[in-house]
Design a protein around this ligand. Structure first.
Ligand SMILES: [Zn+2]
Length: 410
């Protein structure tokens, strides 16, 4: 079956590349998050081949696609998960080629969303299509989920599917083509907690400093004490420690020098600050937003204890904007093993097990104790200018996904 799948991909090479190009041209930046055009592209692919699917939408212009194929008896149920929405384009003038033109230059495809994650979603879609042809020889069940609204953590996408159709999409393993790189497989992610703080004081004329404390000054003191959380001591599960230790070199190759220490560190970033109406007034209000990234082993509750403790020392109010707890699955789970094996076969590279720094929909499977791994292209230009994926790397992602799905369901 492996040779057969690889031969099909070789035959379809031009069609696959054209499909990704048209997928990029069906612009789906989020915000605003309208993915109808991109979904039409996917649907016409399935319609032309007579492959059945359902569209499940919470919001009309953010459709989600679910398709399921039952093979002969078997307990395994693999879910292929991708998303259709992409980051917006902030500065089109910084791009060498138009971000929605899907230009191929020197065997590399340029465009917004090509790495995150239209190449990966294409891999899921074509894998689903190829495995239909092998129906008689496979066991268990294969489900394809292509969702909208991932870039904003999926209230109308994967979260919606889990709230309404969990039985259909939970499965026994999940494979996603979100960016990783040929050198890495992501088996978990750091957590993220976003907090908004507000400090208020009476304020007054800036020359009469004795009348009121300055909210900006107080904010700096609070920020300093918030930052002391980065030295919070915690224990990481041994399997995660071992995997991170073994993957150091590969992780730096994929993400740049210095990246490997981040996986095990608490990171704090003050992303916004708004304060004070005028230079000669004592700022009476300061609002700032903080993004904490928590390694496996640190929970949101640990951070909140720290914040609550600071209430006795500082005067502030705060709200929780967003929480994604850290998550991981066993790097030796069956799905992880078949993906590494397929990657070795296709690329000759033995990918290392790493944690993602950002959050993806795969966390929703891991929260439900379903092993979920990511194998996708290198995130070149992701979120920035000139996002791109070399054509051969794009085809390799599909090859690895198709071989992995076939092996898992054999
Ligand atoms: Zn993504």
């Amino acid at each position: 079956m492996r040779e057969q799948i690889l031969a099909w991909i070789e035959q379809d090479r031009d069609e696959i590349i054209r499909f990704i190009q048209e997928f990029v041209r069906a612009a789906s930046p989020n915000p605003p998050g309208d993915t109808l055009k991109a979904m039409r592209h996917v649907r016409s692919f399935l319609d032309r081949r007579g492959i059945a699917y359902d569209i499940r939408s919470k919001v009309d212009n953010m459709p989600n696609l679910v398709a399921t194929a039952d093979f002969s008896s078997g307990d395994r149920h693999l879910v292929l998960n991708g998303h259709l929405d992409v980051f917006p384009v902030e500065n089109p003038s910084q791009w060498t080629h138009g971000p929605w033109d899907a230009v191929i230059h020197e065997e590399t495809l340029y465009g917004r969303g090509v790495a995150d994650m239209k190449v990966g979603s294409t891999a899921s879609l074509f894998t689903y299509m190829y495995l239909q042809r092998l129906k008689e020889k496979l066991k268990g069940r294969l489900t394809l989920t292509l969702v909208s609204d991932e870039e904003t953590f999926g209230p109308n996408g994967a979260n919606y599917l889990f709230s309404e159709f969990a039985d259909e999409i939970t499965g026994t393993a999940c494979l996603s083509g979100e960016p990783s790189s040929p050198h890495t497989v992501r088996f978990g992610e750091k957590g993220a907690v976003w907090l908004r703080f507000v400090i208020t004081t009476p304020g007054g004329h800036g020359a009469y400093a004795h009348l009121s404390p300055n909210a900006i000054d107080l904010a700096y003191e609070l920020i300093r004490d918030l930052r002391s959380f980065i030295s919070f001591s915690y224990g990481m599960p041994q399997a995660v420690v071992d995997a991170l230790e073994a993957s150091k070199a590969a992780f730096e190759k994929a993400n740049g020098a210095g990246a490997s220490t981040l996986a095990g560190s608490i990171v704090m970033n003050v992303g916004t600050m708004k304060a004070g109406p005028k230079v000669n007034m004592i700022a009476s209000r300061c609002e700032f937003e903080v993004d904490f990234r928590l390694p496996v082993g640190v929970r949101k509750a640990d951070l909140m204890r720290h914040v609550e403790h600071l209430q006795s020392k500082h005067s502030f109010s705060y709200e929780i904007m967003m929480v994604n707890e850290s998550n991981w699955c066993d790097p030796e789970a069956d799905i992880a093993q078949v993906v590494r094996e397929a990657a070795r076969t296709v690329t000759g590279i033995n990918p290392a097990d790493v944690l993602g720094m950002g959050n993806t929909d795969t966390r929703l499977w891991r929260y439900r104790k379903v092993p979920a791994v990511i194998y996708g292209p290198t995130p070149r230009g992701m979120g920035g200018a000139d996002e791109n994926v070399p054509l051969e790397e794009a085809l390799n992602v599909l090859r690895v996904h198709a071989l992995s799905a076939c092996a898992y369901l054999s």
